[in-house]
Design a protein around this ligand. Structure first.
Ligand code: WT7
Length: 566
């Protein structure tokens, strides 16, 4: 493990300039994420190192070196700036599957000095229109498969100047006048990257709030300092690693740690275009000899459900470090991974807004299964009283907050200054999560600020209830919400999806209740269990309790654009 030293020692000596020195960006001229992820790695003599092993649908594969990454991203930068005359600061969206072009375009847009906004390829009209309009997109880079969806919206998007269609252009003929361009992969040996400074806008990531339309969290090129250091220290990436981040770049994990982190450290990564399938995932791990793996709790729980037997069919001996992000990682999942992979998943906590990992079970500290870990060096986190915004005593639940000022912090919600300002109180950034800190300084996730159940004045974490339910042999997935109650304000209702071998019945419901009664405080006990076939989830796998709550109470659901249908 890369030893980052004791927590206290690092905090004392901490300086983000370590990253500046390592990345050679002591002057402004090379402060551009696109250039740091490709040209700089080549200048260091690693141009022939593999940057990306790509595996597409149907077993298609391709390998790209850092030098190829450099020239293909130059191609996009050149196209935007020199051919299409798009100016630095204009917004360019990328709308495609996890194709190699997505990665080339992403870096190329940054090299051109434009703002890149990645869109999930599953987005349909409304989700697209909301984001493209809010960002007043100048251009969209897409593929023949998706261009129709964009063209349909064109009459409602007067700001769009160009649509760029890449890849496999056979048989594709644009009727759409001059604004649709077909480009084949462009090889451009040299492109002078835009001289970004640390505050030059870089990535615009839309994130769904509890209410209203998605908000565009605006990041800047300075973020690379945080992404570089956390990639080294928390993901523990070293030059000879083969790294796999399972996230889509439509989600911040897929850009901060699926593009910037690994490539600015010159590490080879695997990109797997297809979605989750246990066997296929184990095959990828074995085939590419993955050493460091960053994934999400839902996927881990699905792997757990698949059993231990299948794991033994594969040689996963190269795996060295496992990390997880996005939602609470149950203690059982950590214990399971120790059993089957002989390695524990390291939970990491962060948000679209934070741009990089903030709290983690990081190398060098003891893992506490079920805990998110400790704030990483350079980050000050606290738990605050919701009324006074001052720190609560150890062990008490409150608002999870961070001291602003780290490099990858978002700089605004686009065109939404009021919501942005509302996130800051008493010198803290309020994350919207609730948490508590134990005696050893470990942070424990309690729930989203808006998902915490308040029953008779006591805060109860849905996560605790769900974890207890998950321990029952019949339970595949669960969600707990607060439903209105005239006396206690709220009481707990649980939704349970059963494993295939079990059928819903009153008897089973009673058995589950009796089982969890032993694990939970009486206040946390559900008044009711409802059996469901599946639970509503976001694209990144988080259970959307607010959808269940809305069904119960008739309150508005809000934006559902990242909701997936099972
Ligand atoms: C929210 C942020 C950073 C990429 C993830 C998605 C929840 C994230 C954890 C964790 C418990 C977690 C929080 C957070 N979350 N990581 N390790 N344990 N909850 O980014 O879509 O902006 O969501 O995801 O509620 O606020 P995002």
């Amino acid at each position: 493990m890369y030893n980052i030293g004791s927590y206290e020692e690092r905090l004392k000596n901490f300086d983000w300039n370590i990253a500046k020195k390592d990345l050679g960006i002591l002057d402004r001229s090379t402060w551009n994420i696109g250039e740091l992820c490709s040209d700089r790695i080549c200048r260091m003599g690693h141009g022939s190192r593999v940057a990306m092993y790509w595996e597409g649908h149907g077993g298609k594969t391709a390998t790209y070196t850092f030098d190829e990454l450099r020239i293909h991203s130059n191609g996009f930068a050149h196209l935007l700036r020199n051919t299409l005359d798009i100016q630095p600061g204009e917004r360019v969206y990328v709308f495609m599957d996890k194709m190699p072009e997505l990665y080339f375009a992403f870096l190329g847009i940054l090299k051109a000095g434009c703002i890149v906004s990645p869109l999930f390829s599953a987005f349909q009209e409304d989700s697209l229109l909301t984001r493209l309009s809010d960002g007043e997109a100048s251009a969209v880079i897409t593929t023949p498969k998706f261009v129709k969806r964009i063209r349909k919206l064109l009459p409602r998007m007067p700001y769009i100047k160009h649509i760029v269609v890449t890849n496999d252009l056979t048989g594709y003929s644009p009727q759409e006048k001059e604004i649709v361009h077909q480009v084949d992969r462009v090889h451009v040996a040299h492109f002078e990257s835009f001289q970004a400074d640390p505050e030059t806008p870089s990535i615009l990531h839309y994130t769904s709030g509890t209410t209203g339309k998605p908000k565009g969290a605006q990041h800047v090129h300075d973020s690379v300092l945080s992404q570089y250091l956390t990639t080294k220290w928390i993901l523990d990436l070293r030059p000879d690693d083969v790294y796999w981040c399972t996230a889509d770049p439509g989600w911040v994990t897929g850009t901060s740690y699926g593009i910037i982190g690994p490539w600015c450290t010159g590490v080879t990564q695997v990109v797997f275009e297809a979605g989750f399938r246990p066997r296929a995932w184990y095959e990828i791990l074995e085939k590419y000899g993955v050493t460091v793996w960053y994934t999400a709790p839902t996927a881990i729980r699905m792997l757990m459900r698949e059993g231990d037997e299948i794991v033994r069919e594969f040689d996963l001996s190269k795996l060295r470090h496992l990390c997880s992000v996005g939602e609470p990682l149950n203690a059982e999942a950590v214990i399971w991974s120790e059993k089957v992979f002989k390695k524990a998943y390291h939970d990491t906590w962060w948000q679209t807004e934070t741009g990089s990992i903030m709290i983690a079970n990081y190398p060098g500290i003891k893992i506490k299964p079920g805990s998110m870990g400790k704030p990483i060096p350079g980050i000050t986190a606290a738990v605050l009283d919701p009324a006074t915004y001052t720190e609560v005593p150890e062990g008490e639940t409150g608002l999870l907050a961070l001291k602003p000022g780290w490099p990858s912090m978002f700089r605004s919600y686009r065109r939404n200054p009021l919501v942005y300002e509302d996130k800051f109180r008493n010198g803290w950034y309020i994350t919207g999560d609730r948490s508590r800190i134990d005696r050893e300084g470990y942070f424990w996730f309690v729930g989203r600020d808006d998902d915490v159940i308040n029953t008779a004045g006591h805060l109860v974490s849905p996560f605790e209830i769900e974890s207890a339910l998950l321990e029952h042999e019949a339970v595949a997935e669960s969600a707990a919400i607060g439903i209105p109650d005239p006396i206690n304000m709220e009481v707990v209702k649980a939704f349970v999806a059963l494993k295939p071998a079990f059928d819903p019945s009153d008897d089973l419901s009673l058995k589950i209740m009796n089982f969890i009664r032993k694990k939970l405080s009486p206040l946390a006990m559900p008044q009711e269990i409802e059996f469901v076939d599946s639970l509503p989830k976001t694209r990144s796998g988080k259970i959307m309790r607010r959808v269940l709550r809305a069904q119960e109470t008739g309150e508005p659901i809000g934006d559902l654009s990242t909701l997936e249908n099972d």
